[in-house]
Design a protein around this ligand. Structure first.
Ligand code: ZN
Ligand code: ZN
Length: 412
């Protein structure tokens, strides 16, 4: 086996043993682009070695997807055949674990009318809520890992020949996923997730009322957190009692801002790729949770359409803390892919919150959650605002002031 094959095999093992933590007798469903076939074959084998009952693969292809959204009628876009739903029901009822390979071309749907995508998601979204909720509330395990493809690599390294760009992206994926030729991948990740969990544990013990962020770029922002919020990060305990790690890589600990209690200004530190448009050097000003002023040096219209998508897209659904000194941040590459870019630096998300970030949240209805400060939106878009001089201070309910970040990094 050459170096590339060895690393790919280790990534497959990481996805199966740590990411999804496949259990004996469990059904596994892999969703992947065709480009990632070499990784999928190895994951399938690892899953069988872990005594999975059966491994199914759902293949996707950028060109087929683009052709579909370009040519079918609006009526067809809104249809979902019964067999697709039956398959989802089967997965939910059989506690299947999901492994998603992220190997998309970020520009795959360039030129497709965004309204066509909206028509499809508005019509079919509600039909599949039972399935989305099952996995987003972690009733069974799921994980995402990445694999390069030519078009994606060229968006990151446009000046390199395609083979070189692919190799560079491959190396970057392995480095940020902490896969090296000589490490013990399971031990490496157990230690990494333990570190992240230590941060969440400390943040949960402080039970901060609000956080204050400040840096020399002009960020001066106070974020009120919902009462009984939960900081999460690293791995999670599934509703089925199996511990798993949903994102590979992952560097963040995150929780739920109160949708009405965000005030001040935040200045972005990395470009945001929103539906194929890069939004650069932008700022947002919040009053009582809502964006009341914003501007961008580039991509203003895209930022405006995001903020005006619905009521919730002008409010926050997530605040995530990541030390400035981390593998993704140190590479200083814009991956054009959220799995990586959101782990590069402290970020906020405009849009929907995660019910797991509030006590008993996954058992409550949307109305109950909203009354506690949970934000609802059709979207959830992360943007980066961490910097090497970021200072973060926590304020407790009894008025204590606690430093959390000094000069861009966690102090504990
Ligand atoms: Zn996040
Ligand atoms: Zn997010």
């Amino acid at each position: 086996m050459n170096k590339k094959e060895l690393l790919t095999k280790k990534l497959a093992r990481l996805a199966v043993k740590i990411g999804a933590n496949v259990q004996e007798g469990q059904v596994v469903i892999i969703t992947s682009d065709l480009h990632a076939a070499p990784l999928v074959r190895l994951i399938q084998e690892e899953a069988y070695l872990a005594k999975a009952k059966k491994v199914y693969v759902d293949w996707k292809d950028d060109v087929l997807t683009k052709n579909y959204y370009t040519y079918v009628s609006d009526e067809t876009l809104q249809e979902m055949p019964e067999w697709d739903l039956l398959k989802m029901k089967y997965m939910v009822e059989h506690n299947a674990c999901r492994i998603v390979i992220d190997s998309r071309n970020p520009e795959a749907l360039k030129g497709v009318d965004v309204n066509r995508l909206l028509i499809a998601s508005r019509a079919n979204g509600p039909k599949t809520t039972f399935f989305q909720n099952h996995y987003s509330s972690s009733k069974s395990q799921w994980t995402i890992v990445a694999y390069p493809n030519d078009a994606w690599a060229k968006t990151i390294f446009p000046n390199l020949p395609v083979e070189e760009a692919w190799d560079k992206l491959f190396d970057a994926i392995m480095y940020t996923s902490r896969v090296t030729l000589d490490n013990d991948i399971e031990k490496e990740w157990q230690e990494h997730t333990k570190r992240l969990e230590l941060h969440s544990k400390k943040m949960n013990e402080y039970n901060f009322k609000e956080l204050h962020f400040e840096n020399c770029l002009g960020t001066n922002l106070t974020i009120g957190l919902v009462e009984s919020h939960i900081w999460a990060g690293g791995g999670e305990m599934g509703g089925n009692g199996v511990y798993f790690v949903p994102n590979i890589p992952t560097e963040e600990v995150f929780t739920m801002p109160h949708k009405d209690k965000v005030n001040g200004k935040v200045v972005s530190t990395k470009p945001l790729n929103y539906q194929g448009t890069l939004i650069k050097d932008f700022y947002l000003i919040f009053k009582d949770g809502k964006v009341v002023e914003f501007d961008a040096k580039e991509g203003y219209d895209a930022l405006k359409s995001l903020i005006e998508l619905d009521e919730g897209s002008s409010r926050l659904g997530e605040v995530a803390l990541i030390s400035y000194d981390s593998p993704i941040s140190n590479l200083n590459i814009l991956f054009n892919n959220t799995l990586f870019d959101e782990n590069a630096s402290c970020h906020l998300a405009l849009g929907n919150a995660y019910s797991m970030n509030i006590k008993d949240g996954t058992k409550q209805t949307e109305e109950e959650l909203v009354s506690r400060g949970y934000n609802v939106s059709l979207t959830h878009v992360d943007f980066m605002f961490g910097s090497s001089d970021m200072e973060i201070t926590g304020y407790t309910y009894d008025g204590k002031k606690v430093p959390i970040f000094v000069k861009g990094n966690f102090v504990f």
